[in-house]
Design a protein around this ligand. Structure first.
Ligand SMILES: [Fe+2]
Ligand SMILES: [Fe+2]
Length: 275
């Protein structure tokens, strides 16, 4: 186990985790900062906090390529399952940095402490997800870094770096909610091929991710209420200006609703973003 550097504050610990290129160190720092924050032994900021980097620290591998160059493989082959798990590991790694960035970047925002509780819980769980999938890849004789990965997710964070409400619209309410739509099918396919170990991991992730969308929806509504804005109209407006990709049905309406994301938020966006 890599020895952890001293964690100075919530902002310092989350920033150090974002900067870390060693993924054992990154995930350990994310989880330790969360533990210390929950134990109330960390201040919000310190003058010694390092500056937030423009991009998170990453190992040399995987090679990052444009999303359209990613190969699609059938889950009925070992190679195909490894490729899917590799893509998911990459998404979880981005999710670690995205959750940490919401905390580190917005520690100066006027929000209750429980805002940071919610996002540190998310960061803690994303680190857990990344490790679970990486360990599964290792069980299958592969590892994170063996295949190329796409480089689209960090852009979403970068584009909304100056606006917390826009960040919440795009990261938890678009990107993470998309995970709720696609995970049950992937899980079923994994079971069909007899890979129960991978399916069990997807199960853990799916349940945690409902919580992440719920944290996003809660604080998105909080910020809208404070500005006296209508949440679903604001969501549509922010997504139109800050998100380039399409919103693809079918939606998992049940899981989305459980997380507090009602169809009024996303239904009307389908045609707009596809036109
Ligand atoms: Fe996750
Ligand atoms: Fe998540």
């Amino acid at each position: 186990m890599t020895e952890l550097p001293h964690i100075e504050s919530l902002r310092g610990g989350t920033t150090a985790a974002i900067v870390a290129a060693d993924l054992d160190l990154k995930t350990a720092l994310a989880q330790e900062t969360a533990r210390r924050w929950f134990a109330r032994t960390l201040s919000m900021r310190s003058p010694l906090d390092p500056a937030l980097p423009a991009r998170p620290g990453r190992p040399e591998k995987p090679e990052l390529i444009p999303p359209k160059h990613m190969e699609k493989r059938s889950l009925h082959t070992l190679k195909g399952r490894i490729a899917l798990l590799h893509a998911l590991a990459h998404i979880e790694l981005n999710a670690v940095d995205l959750a940490l960035d919401i905390v580190a970047r917005f520690t100066t925002e006027r929000v209750p402490h429980s805002f940071f509780d919610g996002w540190m819980q998310v960061a803690f769980e994303e680190a857990k997800h990344f490790r679970l999938i990486r360990d599964r890849l290792r069980d299958l004789g592969a590892d994170y870094g063996d295949l190329p990965a796409h480089d689209g997710l960090w852009q979403a964070a970068h584009d909304t770096r100056n606006d917390l409400t826009a960040r919440l619209a795009v990261v938890p309410l678009i990107l993470e909610a998309r995970g709720l739509d696609v995970t049950p099918t992937l899980q079923a396919k994994m079971r069909e091929t007899g890979d129960d170990a991978s399916a069990d991991i997807l199960d853990i992730i799916y349940n945690d991710e409902k919580g992440h969308v719920a944290v996003g929806a809660k604080w998105f509504r909080f910020l809208c209420a404070r500005e006296k804005k209508d949440p679903s109209a604001t969501f549509k407006e922010l997504v139109r200006t800050n998100f380039r990709g399409p919103l693809k049905p079918p939606f998992n309406d049940v899981a989305r609703a459980e997380a507090g994301l009602t169809p009024s938020f996303y239904r009307a966006l389908v045609s707009v973003s596809q036109s």
